[in-house]
Write a protein that binds this ligand. Sequence first.
Ligand SMILES: Cc1cc2nc3c(=O)[nH]c(=O)nc-3n(C[C@H](O)[C@H](O)[C@H](O)COP(=O)(O)OP(=O)(O)OC[C@H]3O[C@@H](n4cnc5c(N)ncnc54)[C@H](O)[C@@H]3O)c2cc1C
Length: 404
Amino acid sequence: MNTQHETGTGAGTAHRVLVLGAGYAGLAAAVQLAARTARRTDVAVTVVDAQERFTERLRLHMTATGQRVAELSVPALLEGTRARFVRGWVTSVDADARTVRLDDERRLRYDTLVYALGGVADTAAVPGAEEHAYTLNGTQDAELLAERLDRLDGGTVVVGGNGPTGIEAAAEIAERHPELDVVLLGRQEPGTALHPRAGAYLRGALDRLGVQVRGGTTVVGIRPGAVETANGGSIAADVVLWAGGTRVSPTAAAAGLAVDARGRVVTDETLRSVSHPEVYAVGDAAAIRQGYGVMHGTCQGGMPSGVHAAVSIVRALRGKQPKPFRFGYYHTPVSLGRHDGVVQFTHPDDSPRRIYLTGRAAARYKEVVTASPWPTYGRMKTMPASGAFWPRGGRSARVRGGAR
Ligand SMILES: Cc1cc2nc3c(=O)[nH]c(=O)nc-3n(C[C@H](O)[C@H](O)[C@H](O)COP(=O)(O)OP(=O)(O)OC[C@H]3O[C@@H](n4cnc5c(N)ncnc54)[C@H](O)[C@@H]3O)c2cc1C
């Protein structure tokens, strides 16, 4: 029997918009599309994700230390809208045939695609990371780590990578598991991207939590029980968490979409793929150029990119030209356990301003930021314009020679 079948993503001749990924960026696009086409029976919006539960990536370090976080259901969020949710793992995109293949052999057709599959920890960066390290890629990975940490009766946890994800995870583990030694490794000292005084505060807070910070350390391998470093040494580790950079799914490159050296979909100013204009790319999976350079993956930029893609699609459906996407960073909030943190306010190009918050005020600020996406999606269902406010970045975001 031929098990392959095609699932239409809308009735009859409706224009089919298919959103791949219901993370921070994809869900912003899906809710905006649903709201902005609510009265149009000629547009059908479908969103696909491997999980029905929204992955609050900003809370995965909390999940990894056994803290309960809310169960947020994507299908429940989309109830009352005309957007349809399909659960499935995307295995391939056929950009010529304009179809998407799921792991159960279903095939979904689209007229317009929003590519929002996000990114994962780059376990390919170091031999042994894939086999021997935990990651914060999703709720299940974080829960696996939580179970392992609970079973440890003393011992050492090594966190590889001291960007914001590694710092937050190390701090959270040290606070929740004072019985464990926590070692944070990275090429540079943690917090070097912050204002010098904010960086010093961050390192002091890690020290107060008992995290052993070892900057200037390059990890070259992970094997059972140890992490190997570039200077020929090794650090004993009962558990390794890998947070040393991110990579994206190979799906876009395999589909023949133009991608950058990291596999991210290269977009034009309006967030359309430069090779396939019927494909929009948003969030961590997209290489979006602004005047100051290519955006790096954050939720603060991912959600606006999803909103903008939806607005652009609706404009195109009305026969209008999509507008350029502009975004300027405004903050880097880093939690340091539940009661401490650093919030670095930034220039649009993400360089640090002189202003920053520390301590409980920073922890509260971070919690507000972390909690805000879900109610924002709820509001956007009826008031899509409420999701369209973000700093545009002024002159520094404007791409030279691009559309104004
Ligand atoms: C611990 C931690 C803390 C962070 N803190 C911050 C912060 O404070 N501020 C900030 O701005 N950013 C933060 N980030 C980064 C932020 O989470 C990401 O930039 C953001 O999630 C990107 O959104 P996205 O929609 O592109 O991808 P995601 O949110 O990762 O969503 C991608 C979605 O695609 C789905 N998916 C992936 N592959 C497939 C497939 N093949 N088939 C079906 N579905 C698939 C996934 O299930 C997921 O739902 C943090 C990240 C981590 C890990």
